[in-house]
Write a protein that binds this ligand. Structure first.
Ligand code: ATP
Ligand code: MG
Ligand code: MG
Ligand code: MG
Length: 437
């Protein structure tokens, strides 16, 4: 992509409404634009990151054996009356009426709808287990939308739902998602610790929140430091095998959110391992048995022919919130420092003297070479002072900056800056393409 054709409205001043680094940087680097309280437009640069996060989440869901689908954002109130949550959900639910005065709502979550879809198509225990997911916009009318996309009102969530014959089988589905989440967050470059959590309005009795430790996090959390150092399950982990040992390993040490905190138990943890910190909830998994399947009559015929309500779980990832969490972990005073897997582009090609024949030719050649090799390049082909170009590149935080200027070119050289370390290295102009590809 050529910057001259792109839409990258960077801000010089720090927006005063933004209290935390990720919110400030997303606004300043032209990634999002606020369109209402807690409602954001995703501008081209931010949208690329969002899509990359979404794709990693998707790949790990698919690896775990979940099937992707897509449910609508607008739901019927009657569906929520079946579970009893229409009245219980309260003001966080955005309620709408259509022209025929039918009560509708913008979905804050999808337990009811997926249960309706499931019961329409599954009859026998032989059809189980089922594990379904979608990645869809949600709306929650939060009292205090803040911190940008961290607590939006409209936000992107991946939510999965499992259906099993009994609790033992349902636990296996729960472990699958638990392991898939460990892998997902590790691939995104964040260390998310599974913590014992309250089940809240979703209900149920087994639940973990995945928490990224960060000073700006909204939750108070308590855990054993050794959890941070545990190895992530490998790519070839067998999702059809026994995952309980991994679950047991990650739940063997103390980790709880504020609501579930047990001070006496925490005090037993060796003081040198105790971490009492703040964290960002990036994922949340629940097992809730027949809480929805019973009132909504999502039943299957068991081996003896009797109908039994299925055992369900639900599993959410805050896809858009993750973007804020990643920036909180990877930035400095000059801007973002994207980890490669989620970077909007890998390379920022900086032409220090646009209009100079030699600089333009060298940049065009490198741009063509890198793009043809599949490297995602944002080429700054604009007129502008070098200082301005460097500052903008630092702000948007692409992993590598490839800098071409007249002085270097005279010596047959180009400079590469690694944004994560801010170290610079000089390469021969005809070699630099292969260094970055
Ligand atoms: P929170 O405690 O932050 O309000 P929650 O417990 O209400 O979140 P869940 O119902 O567990 O949220 O939803 C699953 C995931 O969706 C959360 O773990 C979080 O990552 C994300 N999420 C929830 N609310 C928001 C929001 N307002 N903005 C962005 N992401 C959100
Ligand atoms: Mg909430
Ligand atoms: Mg919560
Ligand atoms: Mg939650």
């Amino acid at each position: 992509m050529r910057l001259s054709r792109y839409y990258l409205p960077v801000l010089k001043e720090t927006p005063s409404e933004a209290q935390i680094a990720s919110h400030r940087l997303m606004l300043r680097a032209g990634m999002i634009r606020q369109e209402g309280a807690g409602i954001y437009a995703w501008l081209p640069l931010g949208f690329r990151v969002l899509k990359k996060i979404e794709q990693i989440v998707r790949e790990e869901q698919d690896r775990a054996g979940a099937a992707e689908m897509l449910m609508p954002t607008i739901q019927q109130a009657d569906l929520w009356r079946e579970s009893g949550r229409y009245d219980a959900y309260g003001k966080e639910m955005l309620r709408i009426t259509d022209r025929a005065d039918r009560e509708m709502l913008f979905g804050p979550t999808n337990e009811e709808m997926i249960t309706e879809i499931f019961r329409a198509g599954v009859r026998s225990y032989k059809d189980l287990p089922k594990l379904l997911y979608h990645i869809q916009w949600k709306f929650r009318d939060e009292i205090r939308p803040r911190f940008g996309v961290m607590r939006g009102r409209e936000f992107l969530m991946k939510d999965s739902y499992s259906f099993d014959i009994d609790e033992e089988a349902a636990r296996k589905s729960y472990y699958k998602m638990f392991v898939a989440y460990l892998r997902t967050f590790a691939r995104l470059g964040v260390k998310a610790i599974p913590m014992r959590a309250d089940t809240g309005p979703i209900g149920g009795d087994l639940s973990h929140e995945f928490i990224v430790l960060a000073e700006t996090g909204e939750s108070a959390v308590f855990c054993d430091k050794r959890l941070v150092e545990m190895d992530t399950p490998k790519k070839d982990v067998d999702f059809d095998g026994d995952l309980k040992p991994i679950f047991d390993q990650f739940t063997s040490l103390y980790a709880a959110t504020d609501e579930m905190h047990d001070k006496a138990e925490f005090d037993n943890v060796d003081a040198k391992h105790q971490v009492s910190a703040r964290g960002i909830e990036v994922g949340h998994i629940f097992f809730f048995g027949d809480k929805y399947s019973k009132p909504m009559k999502a039943v299957v015929a068991g081996p003896d022919g009797n109908e039994i309500p299925v055992q369900m779980g639900s599993y959410g990832v805050g896809v858009s919130r993750l973007m804020g969490a990643i920036i909180e972990a990877y930035h400095d005073e000059n801007g973002c420092k994207w980890p490669i897997p989620v970077a909007p582009y890998q390379v920022g090609l900086v032409n220090l003297r646009t209009g100079d024949e030699a600089c333009d030719a060298a940049c065009e050649k490198l741009y063509a070479e890198l793009t043809s090799k599949g490297v995602e390049v944002l080429y700054d082909d604009t007129a502008g002072r070098p200082g301005e170009k460097f500052a903008r590149m630092d702000l948007i935080g692409l992993p590598y900056q490839l800098v071409i200027g007249p002085r270097g070119l005279d010596k047959g050289e180009a400079e590469v800056k690694n944004r994560s370390t801010d170290e610079r290295e000089t390469f021969a102009i005809d070699k630099v393409g292969s260094v970055l590809a």
